[in-house]
Ligand binder design. Structure first.
Ligand SMILES: Nc1ncnc2c1ncn2[C@@H]1O[C@H](COP(=O)(O)OP(=O)(O)OP(=O)(O)O)[C@@H](O)[C@H]1O
Ligand SMILES: [Mg+2]
Length: 313
């Protein structure tokens, strides 16, 4: 299974003066998978991607991409990868078509192959009818699609996307992910960092980063199954008070707030369900509804990060 892993890191570490941005990261990414990198602000996602793109050298450990070492052999890596940075720079006063041509120049593409590629990408990114519009005048979602098209100009086998849909409306996010799915079906390996849990859910495997380290790395299903306890969703009249009261109740492991509901992890779900109404009534809190449910990605991550925080001295 020599080439099953297209990306492999071993104890990968990067420090900046006093900050350890990436800390002893050992990670494998399979050829052709959509790998999601998630974690809170400052967790080290961008630094990891820059290390894997061979544009930043590690201060410890190593990383291989398609068998090439990122420090010793950056050139073949750069030919194979496309990198859409967190703050991707389009040229606002150039048109969509001119932006693509600019990137084609950078990769020294010529002839009919170049023109065919540009037309194909315009079509693929659903931008053909906007080809003459200045990039600055595109919607946020369209700018992201143009950035993706520019990233794909040299036909990379591996694509890194650093928060490609942050700040984009839900409809455009969905459309962007449909395009990523098309790339996935073409066999391209995708490494995507995202703050959105619905996007993490669409990945084949997800790595959760926290303080430069990897807390967990598995399929979304397996990660959701890792949450401790049984989950109850409830709609009490006084959210904040109910939160505090329930958190102090015997058998309750954790309480999270989402909009107008509480999501409570219990050691024994049936036991808590039996006592819930009485506990809240005792404090003059009404309960509109309470039901057993299964954990979502977001709960699983919050729970895993809390556990990690508690383990640290
Ligand atoms: N060039 C740099 N010089 C100094 N510190 C840096 C540098 N790049 C990153 N860091 C620090 O390393 C840590 C990890 O940063 P990184 O940008 O990789 O996190 P991130 O997970 O991408 O965060 P975000 O979700 O905000 O994009 C942060 O504490 C950051 O301040
Ligand atoms: Mg980042």
């Amino acid at each position: 299974m020599a080439d099953e892993w297209v990306i492999e890191t071993e104890g990968l570490t990067r420090t900046f003066k006093k900050v350890t941005a990436v800390n002893n990261l050992t990670l494998q990414i399979k050829r052709g998978e959509i790998f999601g990198l998630v974690g809170p602000d400052g967790a080290g996602k961008t630094t990891t991607i820059r290390l894997l793109a061979a544009i930043l050298d590690p201060t410890g450990g190593s990383a291989k991409v398609d068998g090439f070492d990122t420090v010793a052999q950056p050139e073949p890596i750069k030919r194979r990868i496309g990198y859409m940075a967190q703050r991707f720079n389009l040229y606002g006063d150039l048109s969509v078509w001119e932006n693509l041509n600019f990137f084609a120049d950078v990769f020294e593409m010529t002839g009919t192959e170049r023109q065919e590629r540009i037309e194909m990408l315009l079509n693929f990114a659903r931008l053909t009818e906007f080809r003459d519009r200045h990039a600055a005048h595109l919607s946020g979602g369209m700018q992201k699609k143009l950035a993706l098209a520019c990233t794909l100009i040299h036909t990379p086998d591996i694509i890194y996307l650093d928060e490609p849909t942050t700040g984009v409306d839900p409809v455009s996010r969905r459309e962007f992910w449909d395009i990523l799915t098309d790339l996935h079906l073409q066999g391209i390996t995708l490494v995507v960092s995202t703050p959105y849990m619905d996007e993490a859910e669409r990945c084949s495997r997800v790595g959760l980063m926290y303080q430069g380290g990897l807390v967990v790395c598995d399929t979304p299903e397996a990660i959701k199954a890792m949450t401790e306890g049984e989950l109850i969703a409830l709609w009490p009249s006084d959210l904040r008070r109910a939160h505090d009261i329930l958190l102090g109740t015997e058998g309750v492991l954790e309480v999270q707030t989402y909009g107008d509901q509480l999501r409570l992890f219990a050691r024994d779900g049936d036991d808590i369900m039996a006592r819930l109404q009485a506990t809240l009534t005792e404090h003059n809190i009404q309960l509109a509804d309470a039901r057993r449910t299964s954990p979502r990605m977001e709960e699983a991550f919050i729970s895993l990060i809390r556990r990690q925080m508690n383990e640290k001295p």
